[in-house]
Design a protein around this ligand. Structure first.
Ligand code: URA
Length: 238
């Protein structure tokens, strides 16, 4: 038997402190009954429901942060036999990527078997920030940076405001490096944003996703998320 708030936190739903608040607010049910006592002990076989979401406490949830290399597909399988992100992670659980990076995009991608978190993170309303570094052909003008910041029309819809920084220019080779932070996740969004203002993206890397970055990892390497990182992700999508 474990304390309810600890079980909620361990299942990665939120931090222990936030779980206590949810219990006190009457947002937690055990076996269908609302529980507002902080010391309540629960068994692994009990059904725990938080904010109308049933937590699967028999399931072994796993959360990985992968530094995706180029030429790997963000999927669990590929009909033409290309390498997938799940090929790079050793686990017996059926994990899948949270969202997508293009075949040629490198960088941070999460993988998990936690469907609740995946749905919340990938929902259009989630507002999770993603930071990309794009190497583009040409010298990006101040006007182009302003346009990217304020929004451009792709697939008939304006993009939301973005944070955009011109990191460097290489006059000799006619290339620029641009950092973009967006919170939408439309298909090929960054490449299309540049295309719209007349620049071709030559290389694209996702450096940050929500509270996470690639520190300590090389392309193809991965690590498990810590309980704290999982709780922070949950808190960001509430
Ligand atoms: N935007 C793109 O164009 N490609 C990616 O892989 C990610 C964001």
């Amino acid at each position: 038997m474990e304390r309810l708030q600890k079980v909620i936190a361990n299942l990665g739903y939120t931090s222990r402190r936030k779980a206590e608040e949810l219990i006190l607010e009457g947002k937690v049910k055990v076996n269908g009954e609302t529980v507002t006592e902080l010391g309540t002990k629960v068994k692994i076989s009990d059904t725990i429901e938080v904010e109308n979401t049933i937590l699967d406490n028999n399931k072994n949830y796993e959360y990985y942060l992968l530094y995706k290399p180029r030429e790997v597909i963000s999927s669990v399988s590929d009909e033409v036999g290309r390498k997938t992100v799940t090929d790079l992670i050793t686990t017996s659980e059926r994990i899948y990527p949270v969202g997508r990076l293009d075949y040629d995009t490198t960088g941070l991608i999460l993988l998990t078997n936690d469907g609740v978190l995946t749905n919340k993170l990938t929902h259009p309303s989630s507002n999770i920030e993603k930071t990309y570094i794009a190497k583009v052909e040409g010298i990006v003008s101040g006007y182009a940076i302003k346009k990217l910041r304020s929004g451009v029309l792709i697939d008939g819809k304006m993009t939301s405001k973005a944070k955009v920084k011109l990191k460097s220019i290489d006059k000799k080779n006619n290339k620029s490096l641009v950092e973009l932070t967006i919170h939408e996740g439309r298909n090929h969004q960054v490449r299309k944003m540049f295309e719209c203002i007349g620049y071709e993206v030559l290389k694209l890397k996702r450096e940050k996703y929500a509270n996470l970055d690639l520190r300590g990892l090389k392309p193809g390497e991965y690590r498990k998320l810590t309980n704290k990182e999982i709780a922070v992700l949950y808190s960001m999508v509430k």
